[in-house]
Design a binder for this molecule. Structure first.
Ligand code: SF4
Length: 348
């Protein structure tokens, strides 16, 4: 390793002592449970968004045991709005596993940690280094960006070969001591200095040997994912209203899009239904496709109600849009419940 790279960690640690992020809610102590919850929430979400969700989650489920004993609906309810709901389902599953197989204690061996649902090598490394001071490398989105720029690594980091190279490099740079601080430091550098847009290279402690900075090619790294245009799908959301002005919700199957969340029933065709009112269409975008949603209000007294459309019986419930029960909702459903609360629901 070139001389300069050898003190990469040292320079980061010095920077971290004065400029690193401290006092985040999951940094209050080294209990692995809040650290684990925060790592999962932070996987696809920014710190500022995560903080209120994290606080509510820990208030509602203060321990692994409490999370393991909670119904999945309660967990999804707290998660509503944070997206990527598989994360919540995996947390819940993993808590139950830890409760039964590890006596409620988060496992300290990396192979046991990665065996838990939703925990990959990098997340396991972060949790075990922060909670127990163990030496593990991490490679989240922030770290990838720093390394790609610093070493001018070409290729989209999602590619197996590029990912492998980055994993090896992360291992070479990770020091043996002060690993928790180092891992936090490199994450913080990516989040606050080596930002996705407008990186603040002037404030960077590893600028001296940053190849992209020297070559004025920072904006080219990391190589973006090859573009594919997202397909568009369409659906009708059926808002079935009864005489009490309640709407019918059904729980989606546990796996797949919006797994386990409560939604309006969906259909591709509405010609056979008597529509009382059409609400404005809107688009919801997933990572792999766009979903154009056309909400239609139908009168539950109609013969062709949603019940007949559903081939397999699903759990359903009537709810008042103004005071929906504390369960998990898909984001468009939450939005529609708010719209329905504000306007008078048409009755067929
Ligand atoms: S010099 Fe700029 S591009 Fe290079 S690591 Fe630092 S912030 Fe990132």
């Amino acid at each position: 390793m070139p001389n300069k790279l050898q003190n990469f960690a040292k320079r980061l640690l010095i920077w971290f002592a004065t400029d690193g992020r401290k006092g985040l809610p999951w940094q209050r102590n080294s209990d692995p449970y809040p650290i684990w919850v925060s790592e999962i929430m932070l996987q696809q979400t920014q710190v500022v968004t995560v903080i209120p969700y994290f606080e509510r989650f820990l208030t509602q489920f203060p321990s692994i045991s409490a999370l393991a004993q909670a119904p999945i609906d309660d967990v999804l309810h707290i998660w509503t709005g944070l997206g990527y709901y598989a994360r919540a389902r995996n947390l819940h599953k993993a808590a139950r596993f830890i409760e039964h197989e590890h006596g409620g204690q988060f496992p300290q061996k990396v192979e046991q940690a990665v065996a838990l649902p939703g925990i990959g090598l990098s997340t396991a490394g972060a949790i075990l280094s922060f909670a127990f001071g163990q030496t593990h490398r991490i490679l989240d989105g922030n770290v990838k960006r720093v390394l790609c720029r610093h070493q001018a690594i070409d290729g989209w980091p999602g590619k197996t070969k590029v990912h492998k190279d980055l994993w090896v490099l992360a291992g070479k740079l990770t020091p043996n001591g002060q690993v928790a601080q180092y891992n936090q430091a490199i994450m913080d550098l990516g989040a606050t200095v080596c930002r996705r847009s407008k990186p603040d290279c002037q404030a960077c402690p590893v600028r001296d040997d940053c190849i992209a900075y020297a070559e004025k090619t920072v904006a080219l790294y990391p190589t973006p994912k090859p573009k594919t245009s997202k397909p568009v799908q369409q659906t009708y959301m059926l808002i079935s209203v009864n005489k009490h002005r309640e709407v019918l919700l059904e729980r989606r199957p546990p796996t797949g899009i919006w797994g386990g969340l409560w939604c309006f029933p969906e259909t591709d065709v509405v010609e056979h239904l008597t529509i009382a009112q059409r609400l404005p269409e809107f688009r919801h975008t997933f990572s792999h496709y766009h979903l154009d949603i056309a909400p239609v209000i139908i009168n539950a007294a109609n013969k062709n109600t949603t019940h007949e459309r559903i081939e397999e019986p699903r759990q359903t419930q009537w709810c008042n849009p103004a005071s929906p029960p504390a369960v998990g909702y898909a984001a468009p459903v939450k939005k529609l419940l708010a719209i329905l609360t504000e306007q008078t629901i048409a009755m067929g």
